[in-house]
Every structure is written in structure tokens, then in C-alpha cells.
Design a protein around this ligand. Structure first.
Ligand code: FE2
Length: 206
């Protein structure tokens, strides 16, 4: 069976609070680059294996394989990120999401402060609230680049990009905290709730 290439999904996010359309346009372009490179990488790697050139001793094969995590991670996390945003936010933290946050972090405000703290860590990466499907407990994680620190099989519930490109057109490099506040005024809580309720990790795909 032949699988279709990934397609970049379109997100209608114009009019976010504190995150400009100019930032979004640039960010969508970067996301599309990850989709393009993921497809390219998959093709290059499968061409090598079809020709029986797959070898751990071959620097080309090894490097292409190493980049899989980076390009796939960049594509997938941006889809989660854009999907959990909505102009001026949507819904509110409620129902079983609110309950899970309360139980895991001793209250919503504690969680929000802890999540923002993860987002303000030095370095480029992502702050992600995950659910361990085995225990249903929620934890905040720092993902360096797009792939380092991902707990396999956990469900991403809320994904926040804290690479500088996510806010540099709107804020100074030292003002990441302002971007994090802006992020929180645009969270699509309905999408977060949907992810929690869905038995599998799901994301928007084209
Ligand atoms: Fe990004």
C-alpha cells in the first residue's frame, strides 16, 4: 500500500490577542517547511532502503534517520500548537480536564504557573502538558528542539511553542513572559478537552 504525502493543514487564526498575523504568517511558513522536509526525508530514506543501501555505518543514512525525529516533531507539534489556539480563546478549562488538572497539580492556578515556568526555561523548545494514558495523571514537560524529552505514548493536551520565532516579531527576546501571557489569552480549551476525552492522541491533519 502506498501512503500519501503529508499535507500542510490551514489554520484560521487571524486576530489572536498579542500574537500578530505577521507572526502567524511567518510561523505557518516554517510549519510548511517541516511538512515538506518530512515528506522529502521519508522519500530519501525509503529510496535508500529499497536500494538496500541502509547501513548504520553510512553517514548519509545515519544523518537522514537522525533528522526524522526533528522534522516529524516540528510538523506534528506545530499542528497541535495551532490547533490549540483560537482568537481570544475558546471554551474554558472545565469538566474532566479541570478535574484532571486539579488532581494532578493541586489546582488550576498552580498548574498554570508551573506550565508557564516550563515555558520560560532557557533554550529553544516547547512546553507541553501531557497525560499518561496508563495512569491518567497530567505532567508538564520541556521538549528541547522538537524531539528531546518526548514521553512516548503520552497524550499531548496543551502545546506551547517557545522557540523565539513564535514571538520575536511581537516581543523582545527577553519578553517571553509576555508571549506566554498572550498564549494563555488565546487557548482553545475545547480542543484541549477533546484531546483529553479522545482515547488516542489526535491532532488536526489535512
Ligand atoms: Fe514554531
Amino acid at each position: 500500500m502506498a501512503y500519501a504525502d503529508y499535507k500542510a493543514k490551514k489554520f484560521q487564526l487571524s486576530g489572536l490577542e498579542g500574537i500578530s498575523d505577521k507572526t502567524l504568517d511567518m510561523h505557518f511558513g516554517l510549519y510548511e517547511g517541516y511538512v515538506k522536509n518530512t515528506n522529502l526525508l521519508m522519500e530519501q530514506i525509503s529510496a535508500m532502503s529499497r536500494k538496500k543501501q541502509a547501513s548504520g555505518q553510512d553517514p548519509a543514512y545515519a544523518e537522514l534517520t537522525r533528522r526524522l525525529g526533528f522534522e516529524f516533531g516540528g510538523m506534528v507539534l506545530h499542528e497541535y500548537y495551532f490547533e490549540n489556539l483560537a482568537p481570544k480563546g475558546k471554551g474554558s478549562p472545565s469538566g474532566n480536564f479541570k478535574k484532571a488538572v486539579d488532581e494532578s497539580f493541586d489546582g488550576f492556578e498552580n498548574w498554570q504557573q508551573a506550565f508557564s515556568a516550563v515555558g520560560s526555561m532557557r533554550g529553544v523548545g516547547w512546553a507541553i502538558l501531557y497525560q499518561d494514558p496508563a495512569t491518567e495523571r497530567l505532567t508538564n514537560h520541556w521538549i528541547a528542539l522538537h524531539q528531546d524529552g518526548v514521553p512516548s505514548g503520552f497524550k499531548p493536551l496543551l502545546v506551547m511553542d517557545v522557540w523565539e520565532h513564535a514571538f520575536l516579531l511581537d516581543y523582545k527576546p527577553a519578553e517571553r513572559g509576555k508571549y506566554i501571557n498572550a498564549f494563555f489569552s488565546n487557548v482553545n480549551w475545547d480542543a484541549v478537552q477533546r484531546r483529553l476525552t479522545n482515547p488516542a492522541a489526535v491532532r488536526a491533519v489535512a
